[in-house]
Design a protein around this ligand. Structure first.
Ligand code: FAD
Ligand code: NAD
Length: 481
């Protein structure tokens, strides 16, 4: 007979927590899924889905303004900001509804609508003051936007992803801080929706790109479309119902300072795991310098304890599909303790839904360089690539990294058209341990963007001394291949 109130307690009913719940429920009926916050998941409420809805509207507006070069002349489109935001909210609410229905399907006895903090390794204190003991625990508490430095000066004109999808209308102007994934996606979307936008980054980051050549190419394409400063010093002050931003180029101490007024600041300056308020200091868990428990990413177990991490709170790969995988592993292992299984992780894949899209697949350029791995690089530029050119999709760069001697594809970074699809093809091939030679044996249709992938593979084979360099633009495979 158990001495604990429940077998498995799960802190957080987001993507990771719900996956943990489903996995644990296959093995035990004694579960508490705890969450006192709004249900619906970060992904559906304030993350992946509403951001992609905003981007979809922005890309429609952009396409409607970009027809003249095809010989099609339209009146400039009228962007009805209130209607744009109405669709974002309506569709977002639909996605949130799907999640709420899923939670409604969980037995009431399993769901406790309260937050929890640790009193000791097995005891949780709930918001109501009630205590709950658990044999095993999964921490799946997510993350929150980090606000630090000059942007605090924006006062109540500061927005994060937690607030902007509830806007009733689009602002006239916005200063977007952070040129990471969220900043690029939202900054470009606001610009395309007619919002006067300026993007301020740090340390020359362009999304998550680590390859200097891909980063330079992406930066050049974005800068040609909207105002972006990849390494800016800035000062922000609230000015009535707006903000004044002063900025200069941080790479040059003699650079002049500029000043511009905006309706608001959108902060996309990184996210921090929700661990600080969990009372982890009351436990025996090992913590890293940021206070995040140190766990094994193949089992999600913290040391040899009965406590597991899952999702964004682990500060590892804060992406939806990773949160789901981690939740499943953590929930199953929590229920099966003392058995705890280690599982291979999937090939890393990260996609930014900007235009050009960005994809990082497998090992990054930075990881390979730091590990002193012997690798060769082959690339393709999409500016003159047949399909990209016919569709007017614009340029971009794909660079593929392959192991010397074996020809095994290790990774790739891309900023270019339809990187979401080419990224998947590469990730699936890496998952199968494919070599460049093997990938070149796959079929490629003409004229497609995938022919650009083939050109990059042929160039990689040449760089490995495993094949001839293709003729310029791979003309032997068709025009613009
Ligand atoms: C703007 C934006 C866009 C994104 N777009 C993408 C994308 O396109 N693709 C992609 O793969 N990823 C994307 N992400 C990342 C993705 O949304 C996250 O990786 C994922 O939602 C993390 O899920 P989670 O379960 O860890 O956290 P969450 O879904 O945030 O769940 C955490 C839950 O824990 C609860 N909680 C917190 N503290 C406690 C406590 N003490 N006790 C009990 N419960 C607690 C919270 O209330 C919350 O419900 C995006 C993120 C953002 C912000
Ligand atoms: N398409 C997707 O998969 C997707 C989309 C959005 C978010 N996400 C997830 O959410 C996470 C968080 O996204 P994010 O964009 O907030 O973080 P991020 O870490 O990608 O980027 C934050 C950027 O802000 C910069 N920065 C910090 N302080 C600054 C300041 N004061 N001024 C200017 N720049 C500053 C940082 O140098 C960094 O480049 C991502 O890591 C990602 O995993 C994924």
């Amino acid at each position: 007979m158990s001495t604990y109130d429940v077998d498995v307690a799960i802190l957080g009913a987001g993507t990771a927590g719900m996956a943990a719940y489903r996995a644990a429920a296959k093995h035990t009926d004694s579960i508490a899924l705890l969450d006192g916050g709004p249900l619906g998941t970060t992904c559906a409420r304030v993350g992946c889905m509403p951001s992609k809805l905003l981007i979809a509207a922005a890309n429609k507006a952009h396409a409607a303004q970009d027809t003249a070069r095809f010989g099609i002349h339209l009146d400039p489109p009228h962007i009805d900001g209130a209607a744009v935001m109405q669709r974002v909210r309506d569709e977002r609410d639909r996605f949130v509804g799907f999640v709420l229905d899923a939670v409604d399907d969980f037995p009431d006895r399993h769901v406790i609508r309260e937050h929890a903090v640790f009193e000791d390794d097995h005891t949780l204190r709930l918001t109501s003051g009630r205590k709950l003991t658990a044999r095993a625990i999964v921490i799946a508490t997510g993350s929150h936007p980090m606000i630090a430095g000059p942007i605090k000066g924006a006062g109540d004109r500061l927005y994060t992803n937690d607030g902007i999808f509830d806007w009733q209308d689009l602002p006239e102007s916005a200063a977007v801080f952070g040129a990471g994934i969220i900043g690029l996606e939202l900054g470009q979307a606001l610009h395309r929706l007619g919002v006067r936008t300026r993007l301020f980054g740090r340390n020359h980051a362009v999304g998550p790109i680590s390859d200097p050549e891909v980063r330079a190419r992406a930066g050049e394409i974005f800068e040609a479309e909207f105002s972006a400063h990849w390494h800016a010093d800035s000062e922000v002050t609230q000015d009535g119902d707006g903000v004044i931003v002063r900025w200069s180029d941080a790479s040059d101490e003699d650079a002049p300072w500029h000043e511009e007024r905006f309706d608001c600041v959108v902060a996309a300056t990184g996210r921090a795991p929700n661990v600080a308020k969990l009372g982890l200091d009351q436990t025996s868990l090992p913590l890293d310098q940021n206070g995040v428990p140190i766990f094994d990413r193949l089992s999600m177990r913290i040391g040899d304890s009965h406590i597991f991490m899952a999702g964004d709170c682990g500060d590892d790969l804060p992406l939806l599909h990773e949160a789901s995988d981690e939740g499943t592993m953590a929930g199953e292992n929590a229920a099966l303790l003392p058995a705890s299984y280690r599982k291979q992780r999937r090939t890393p894949l990260s996609i930014v839904f900007s235009d050009p899209q960005i994809a990082l697949i497998g090992a990054t350029h930075a990881e390979l360089t730091e590990s002193a791995c012997n690798f060769a690089v082959g690339s393709v530029e999409f500016e003159d690539q047949g399909r990209s050119r016919t569709m007017g999709l614009g340029g971009g760069l794909l660079r593929i990294y392959a192991e010397l001697d074996t020809g095994r594809v290790l990774g790739a970074e891309m900023a270019g058209p339809d990187a979401e699809h080419i990224g998947h093809l590469l990730a699936w091939a890496i998952e199968e341990n494919a070599t460049v030679d093997r990938m070149l044996s796959y079929p490629f249709y003409h004229p497609t963007l995938e022919e650009g992938l083939r050109t990059a593979l042929r160039n990689t084979a040449a760089a490995l001394s495993m094949g001839p360099k293709p003729p310029l633009r791979s003309i032997d495979c068709g025009p613009g291949a």
